[in-house]
Design a protein around this ligand. Sequence first.
Ligand SMILES: Cc1cc2nc3c(=O)[nH]c(=O)nc-3n(C[C@H](O)[C@H](O)[C@H](O)COP(=O)(O)OP(=O)(O)OC[C@H]3O[C@@H](n4cnc5c(N)ncnc54)[C@H](O)[C@@H]3O)c2cc1C
Length: 397
Amino acid sequence: MVERNGVVIVGAGPVGLVSAVCLARAGIPSVLLEASPETPRDLRASTVHPPTLDMLDEIGVADAYIKLGVTTDSWQVIHLGTRERVRFDLASIKDHTRHPYRLQCEQYNLAPILFEHARASGLVEIHLGAEVTDVAQDDDKVTARATIEGNLHTFEGRYLIGADGAHSVVRRCLGLPLEGFTYEHSTTLITTPFRFEDAIPELVGANYTWTWLDAGSMFRLRDEWRCTFYPRPGEADVELTDDVIESRMQGILERDEPYEVREKRNYKIHQRIVPDYRKGRIVLAGDAAHVTPPTGGLGMNGGIHDAVNLADKLARVCNGESDDLLDLYTRQRRPVAVAEILAQSHQNRIRMQLWDPEQRKEVLAHMRGLAADPERSKQMLLRTSMIEGLRQAAAVQ
Ligand SMILES: Cc1cc2nc3c(=O)[nH]c(=O)nc-3n(C[C@H](O)[C@H](O)[C@H](O)COP(=O)(O)OP(=O)(O)OC[C@H]3O[C@@H](n4cnc5c(N)ncnc54)[C@H](O)[C@@H]3O)c2cc1C
């Protein structure tokens, strides 16, 4: 079967879905091919930064997403043993965003909202359970072949977006390497309904945490806390046994009762990027183009920023402008991924993985100095909230 459409999008994660909705708003039809029969409910992104909320607002989905999560107007580095902390208030960037706060809400809550908008537009042809096996292109068109219920289908379009995540088939078909490295150790993620906010009044919604023995983070979601842990020095990955998990949780706050653990998992961390986001009529976005440690919550946010930038350019190209605009997309988005997204998440990870008490004190002293200086603090928040990266990208011609 051959089907013709404006843009073929491979992958209905946040990046593919945002691309489809943005294209539809610009009047460009697309066909969205997603391998899974339904949206996965796995533990992935939960931090959404202010400019991403601004973008989601532009396409009419922010309010519904915000309603499903909790917002936090500050984040902090805190030592849970000494209760020393340095807090940064996002109100200081209120002149630069309509959403001067972080949203904490699971990524799987965003997909149904975006699907609804894509369907309502009448311009997005959605195929779930459609696993793309290869993509090809010639001077006039792109072709994606997908298996649906055991049958091979062929989809054609003028351009193709590879938004099929870290293991991208589209990237493989283009022969583009995902250059970089994989971190030696995994990070451990644990969720619990225990109300830490009642027991540790110093906590805010987003906390980068040290305890006497551990390092990690604690994020408050609507009805649970998401706690991450790095392996201790000399330790391999954290063992996911009940005893080990319980001892880690007791390190946050000692209690007589054991903690109720809802989910636990170890995940591998990479820092990788393709040398070019574009090859002819095929363009990569999101995790298909770059993968980064979750520290700082930049991967999905950066991918959504890619999608918004790319959809704007593809719409203009489909409406007759030169497709050189697609090279501008790489020139604008790739340097930001390298200098801001990959570099920042690496620095965040290094900073929190300090184990020497003296070094931790030095970091806190440095951050306290930063927090006390309104201008420097604002510049840092513009950067960590990804606003600065977007500005740098917009300035590239
Ligand atoms: C534990 C964890 C926590 C994280 N926390 C954050 C955070 O707080 N903030 C943040 O910004 N980021 C975070 N991230 C990163 C974030 O989850 C990813 O960056 C984001 O999911 C990337 O979106 P995507 O749409 O590019 O790819 P994906 O979400 O991976 O979506 C790709 C889609 O393509 C589909 N697909 C794959 N292959 C095919 C194929 N051959 N044919 C058709 N469809 C295909 C997949 O089924 C999937 O639906 C976290 C990641 C992890 C693992």
